[in-house]
Design a protein around this ligand. Structure first.
Ligand code: 5RP
Length: 231
């Protein structure tokens, strides 16, 4: 990671705090960009802002608690989720799960009234697929699950040779397609394999993207057939 990209992550993460209002239930994403958001959020919380965070991973939960942010895993709604992405296209379709937190990230994002994605400029792409799609699988009979996934994707790797465990105690396989022409179809096909717990392709979320770019962050509203920009 170059200093330039790291700085873009920082700028994007910090800008996301502008979306937060006191009283909100906030989905807290996972990853290095979200970390910048959490640090900036903690300053607001320490200054009196009252929010409850719903963490999408044990890692985020520990970080939030250490920063003095209240957390819960059982709220009755989520107002806003701030999360990162590994790739996001111009319709707002995403690859997520580089940090292995896709399962909880999907639950929280799906129940969220609004989604804000923070990332550096390299992740905003024309076509998804350069980043391998993380697929969470049950370890039960996983050789056969992986074999079946291998028939759908030419290049499949078991993350850390099976030493990587998700919060649910599952494994991740990373599926390298290089170029995903039809993310909806790829999602459906992978999801239908027995043993697959979740697939790191996120669709129909209509996120607002905060994109770090050199010295500033662009705000872009994304969705099917919608792209609008605010500075
Ligand atoms: C974790 C994710 C992250 O949001 C994604 O990997 C981006 O992480 P980073 O901000 O570190 O680049 O999906 O499961």
């Amino acid at each position: 990671m170059t200093n330039l990209l790291e700085n873009e992550k920082r700028i994007a993460g910090i800008k996301a705090v502008n979306f937060v209002k006191s009283g909100m239930v906030l989905g807290l994403g996972t990853g290095s960009t979200v970390r910048y958001f959490l640090e900036a959020l903690a300053e607001k919380v320490n200054g009196g802002m009252d929010i409850i965070g719903v963490p999408t991973s044990k890692k985020t939960e520990q970080l939030a608690i250490s920063l003095g942010i209240k957390t819960s895993n059982s709220t009755d709604h989520v107002d806003l989720t701030i999360d990162g992405a590994d790739e996001i296209d111009h319709s707002g379709r995403m690859i997520k799960g580089g940090g292995g937190a896709l399962f909880k990230e999907r639950i929280v994002a799906s129940h969220s009234n609004e989604i804000v994605i923070v990332c550096d400029h390299s992740k905003y792409v024309e076509t998804l697929g350069k980043f391998p799609v993380p697929v969470e699988i049950s370890p039960f009979m996983e050789l056969l699950t992986i074999k079946m996934i291998g028939k759908l994707c030419p290049n499949v790797t078991l993350r850390n040779n099976g030493e990587f465990l998700t919060d649910q105690g599952n494994h991740i396989v990373d599926c390298n397609f290089d170029n995903i022409e039809n993310p909806e179809e790829t999602y459906q096909i992978l999801r239908s394999v027995p043993g697959v717990v979740d697939v790191g392709i996120f669709l129909h979320m209509k996120p607002t993207l905060i994109l770090g770019e050199k010295g500033y962050a662009r705000e872009i509203k994304l969705g099917e057939n919608v792209t609008s920009e605010r500075t």
